[in-house]
Design a protein around this ligand. Structure first.
Ligand code: SF4
Length: 359
């Protein structure tokens, strides 16, 4: 009896990787899907935020469940920061996205897993020409080489446009049944997914990438954070906070984070320890946290109070009472708890004065 061929599939849960899973499954390949968590993935963030605007599910797990494929989630966030984000050999894309190094890194981790899993090859949902930095022809070749996988790396969605890989040459997969997709349009993927009984409306199709490092606003905040660290280190709390709220820089050592909605306020409230907190006494409005390694000066307190007032429902009042608490007391449960709360009455700051502070 011929043995069943095993393969590892990199899956984010987007349309392309879900379709790649389906293609390999229908060729009778025994698949283990791998999902790498870098700490910057959209999915991690939406889950952490418990936002009503976003689904909480992990799309990679959803893709595995849809297709009956086991998914292993591998957290690489600690090493990813030093080995990829801070020192990308091939540089960044238009934001802080080190896509080429990132792909090579994830595929090298998959290669590490090949032997112990008994798999013969690795496949991905990459599409020739879909992303400017990491999916042009030369980049696909480079990533295959640098990951150490070489021709044990198959891209089923574009396979017919690429040189035959080992699994095709060995006849483990039928090249004729693979696809020849290129470019940014998702039309063929949508048709192929639908043909296989997948519901494309239920599968995310991220246009710009699968993580915050491709996001301009996030990148601005991350650069600012890096610029203000003596020795930047992997800091999961800092990275997740960069995804939440308006960020304002008052001085080199004072940063203000203003919640933008209920879910952000709830999230920021969990991160009060170690930070100053401001809120309007008589109006609903944002949770405002302040990161500073010293006591705030009175004029800074007034400035932050004015910002707090501006973003709350008292914004049209002449003066608003704003309460605040220094970090020692910030983990007292609930506002107005036992910890000493101070108060200042200030006019809401003009938006024009806030704008230059925005990171
Ligand atoms: S978008 Fe993010 S996760 Fe995807 S390859 Fe680029 S850096 Fe890596």
């Amino acid at each position: 009896m011929s043995r069943r061929i095993r393969a590892l599939g990199l899956v984010s849960g987007g349309l392309d990787s879900t379709l790649a899973l389906a293609l390999m499954k229908e060729q009778g390949i025994e698949i283990e899907a791998l999902n790498f968590s870098t700490g910057f993935c959209f999915t991690d963030h939406h889950r952490a935020m418990k936002s009503k605007r976003h689904r909480l599910r992990n799309e990679a797990l959803r893709a595995g469940a849809d297709l009956g494929v086991p998914v292993t989630v591998i957290d690489v966030s600690r090493t990813y920061f030093d080995d990829v984000l801070m020192s990308p050999k091939h540089g960044y894309g238009s934001n802080l996205n080190p896509c080429l190094d990132c792909r090579a890194y994830m595929l090298a981790r998959a290669r590490d897993h090949l032997q112990e899993s008994g798999a013969e090859f690795v496949f991905t949902g990459e599409v020739l020409g879909q992303r400017p930095m990491s999916q042009h022809r030369r980049a696909l070749g480079l990533v295959a080489k640098e990951s150490g996988l070489a021709d044990r790396l198959l891209r089923p969605l574009s396979a017919k446009l690429l040189p035959p890989t080992l699994p095709e040459r060995e006849g483990w997969v039928d090249r004729e049944k693979l696809l020849a997709i290129s470019g940014r349009s998702r039309k063929i993927q949508l048709e192929e997914a639908t043909r296989r009984g997948l519901d494309p409306n239920d599968i995310p199709q991220p246009a710009g990438g699968c993580c915050f490092l491709t996001d301009e606003a996030y990148t601005r905040k991350l650069r600012d954070w890096l610029d203000h660290q003596e020795r930047p280190r992997h800091d999961p709390e800092a990275f997740v906070l960069l995804k939440v709220g308006r960020h304002l820089r008052l001085t080199d050592d004072v940063k203000v984070i203003v919640g933008r909605d209920e879910s952000e306020n709830a999230f920021l409230s969990l991160h009060r320890p170690g930070r100053w907190e401001f809120w309007a006494r008589d109006f609903t409005g944002p949770v405002v946290l302040v990161e500073v390694g010293r006591d705030l000066r009175w004029e800074e307190i007034e400035t932050i109070a004015g910002i707090t007032a501006r973003y709350g429902h008292g914004r049209d009042e002449g003066r608003v009472a704003v309460q605040f608490r220094a970090p020692e007391d910030a983990d007292t449960p609930g506002r107005g708890g036992e910890g000493p709360v101070d108060e200042v009455v200030v006019p809401p700051t003009d938006l024009a004065a806030i704008e230059p502070l925005r990171i």
